[in-house]
Design a protein around this ligand. Structure first.
Ligand SMILES: Cc1cc2nc3c(=O)[nH]c(=O)nc-3n(C[C@H](O)[C@H](O)[C@H](O)COP(=O)(O)OP(=O)(O)OC[C@H]3O[C@@H](n4cnc5c(N)ncnc54)[C@H](O)[C@@H]3O)c2cc1C
Length: 479
């Protein structure tokens, strides 16, 4: 769930509110005839597709779910949908946090989850070609046999798909060194709304012919085309044990300044995660450990690959310079315990109530200032905002814990002020979770009218009938 849900934003998916029409019946019939055995109308399955992990739910179930197995299934679905003017919501594992896979009345759900084949692994070219439905974790288990991995590492990697990661340009813990999903995709094959197949990108490392449509499709949230095949750039698995560093600080300000100093020094750390005092307090309670005795903020850093130990020494020095109580280890068991502290943050907060996880990103030099702004928002709005942060890339997850049935107005007000702060310091509304349904009301604030118009124009070129995931990213135009 996101604060944006109730903040006066129009969150309709664009699906008609009225019951199924005659055309809807004809569409389902046409799908059944063209795709025998692939079309599901079981009410339980349809209801599951009205939600993802954002907390948003559509009012009415979609018409049908097409469980695509082949590219031809996707093409056929698109041809039928465009002939009838019926919207398509592409859905993979449904773990999205922005409402992107939410489908409502009058819409077809196109599930890519069964298109999960590994078509090629080429150690020579350091690439893999896969279907979009493969889970990130399954792919990486297969790649490990070749000493390779696909770097995008959302915390959901065991439950989310490669296609979903690409459609959302997912991030994760290792982005500071290995980049977001965009850096790890070479080529995409997509089916357009009218059923045409388009191949974008290259198998080569370089390639600059024409506009980079492959890059445009990454993060397009299912609104421009349906990804049916992906060529992924692979990395060799890092050599040797990583060095893991945990540091407690007296204040989040010290921790944030230490993180910024590590970045400014150019240290290529793999992971740098910050927890503030309210998060640490929740983890302490959940894990029954007296963590607050050791400090009021925690920074976890990991250095991997050749030279990890030397790099770790430099990082430890920076952390100590900023007042950190530092522990560094290359012992696997102890490293797992340090990582477990950070991993406990979400479950610890979930134990306290319903979570509204926000996702702003700011320039890394503005981290300390952003934590100060969050503390000011807490005081101004009478809320507590425990915040975890991928400090290596300036991506914060300020989190609202709601214990009442209704989400209090002060939470919406604080969230809105948080977005305004992010934009004011040169940041963004969303570092990795996407716009979807839930943040589209604020998108014009970030893009401005000219860019918004260009972006709507791009959508119209790819999908002139507006059938692919309508109402996502952009609010429906009323005029
Ligand atoms: C516990 C948890 C932890 C998470 N941690 C992270 C994290 O660390 N970093 C992060 O970035 N996200 C995280 N997420 C969010 C989510 O897992 C990611 O956004 C993920 O990439 C979504 O993948 P999915 O397969 O579930 O896609 P879905 O939720 O099914 O779909 C997401 C969007 O992609 C579109 N889409 C899916 N497949 C295709 C396709 N083949 N072609 C075109 N469009 C498509 C859909 O229409 C929708 O708009 C987390 C979620 C959970 C529940």
């Amino acid at each position: 769930m996101s604060p944006s849900t109730d903040a006066g934003a129009d969150v309709s998916t664009g699906a008609p509110a009225s019951g199924p029409s005659e055309t809807d019946g004809r569409v389902v019939e046409a799908l059944r005839r063209a795709l025998p055995g692939r079309v599901v109308t079981d009410p339980e399955v349809l209801t599951a597709c009205t939600a993802d992990r954002s907390g948003h739910r559509a009012d009415a179930p979609p018409l049908a779910v097409v469980e695509a197995r082949e590219v031809a299934d996707v093409q056929e679905t698109c041809r039928i949908a465009s002939a009838h003017g019926t919207p398509i919501v592409t859905r993979a594992a449904g773990t999205g946090l922005a409402g992107g896979a939410v489908a409502g009345g009058g819409e077809i759900v196109l599930s890519t989850r069964s298109m999960d084949r590994i078509l090629e692994i080429s150690p020579a070219d350091r690439l893999a070609v896969v279907g979009p439905g493969i889970l990130n974790g399954d792919l990486n288990r297969a790649l490990a046999e070749h000493g390779l991995w696909w770097a995008p590492d959302p915390a959901s990697r065991d439950i989310s798909t490669v296609g979903g990661n690409i459609a959302m340009n997912a991030g994760g813990l290792l982005c500071a060194k290995y980049g977001v999903t965009r850096e790890a995709v070479l080529a995409l094959t997509v089916v357009l709304a009218d059923g045409r197949v388009v191949e974008t990108g290259h198998r080569t490392v370089k390639g600059v012919s024409g506009y980079d449509l492959c890059a445009l499709l990454i993060g397009s949230e299912g609104t421009l085309g349906i990804i049916v095949e992906a060529t992924l750039r692979l990395d060799p698995l890092p050599e040797g044990p990583p060095t893991t560093i945990g540091a407690f600080f007296d204040s989040v300000d010290d921790a944030a300044r230490a993180a910024a100093a590590i970045t400014a020094a150019g240290h290529r750390i793999a992971l740098m995660e910050l927890m503030d005092e309210p998060t640490l307090a929740a983890v302490a309670e959940h894990a029954d450990q007296d963590l607050l005795r050791r400090g009021r903020a925690h920074l976890l850093v990991q250095c991997d690959g050749p030279g990890a130990a030397t790099l770790a020494e430099a990082v430890v020095a920076v952390l100590r310079d900023h007042g950190g109580d530092v522990e560094a280890t290359d012992d696997e068991q102890r490293a797992a315990e340090l990582l477990a502290l950070r991993r406990a943050a979400l479950p610890a907060l979930e134990a306290q109530g319903t979570l509204l996880v926000e996702d702003i990103a700011v320039p890394r030099s503005r981290l300390a200032e952003t934590f100060a702004a969050i503390r000011e928002l807490e005081a101004a709005h009478g809320v507590t905002i425990p915040t975890t942060c991928h400090a290596g890339d300036g991506n914060l997850h300020p989190t609202f814990v709601v214990t009442s049935e209704e989400i209090p107005a002060r939470v919406w007000a604080a969230a809105e002020a948080l977005f305004a702060h992010a934009l004011a310091v040169g940041g963004t509304l969303t570092g990795e979770h996407g716009i979807g349904l839930l943040k589209r009301a604020w998108l014009p604030d970030e893009l401005g009218p000219e860019q918004l118009q260009l972006q709507r124009g791009i959508k119209a070129v790819f999908d002139p009938q507006g059938l692919l995931n309508p109402g996502k990213i952009f609010a429906q135009e009323t005029a």
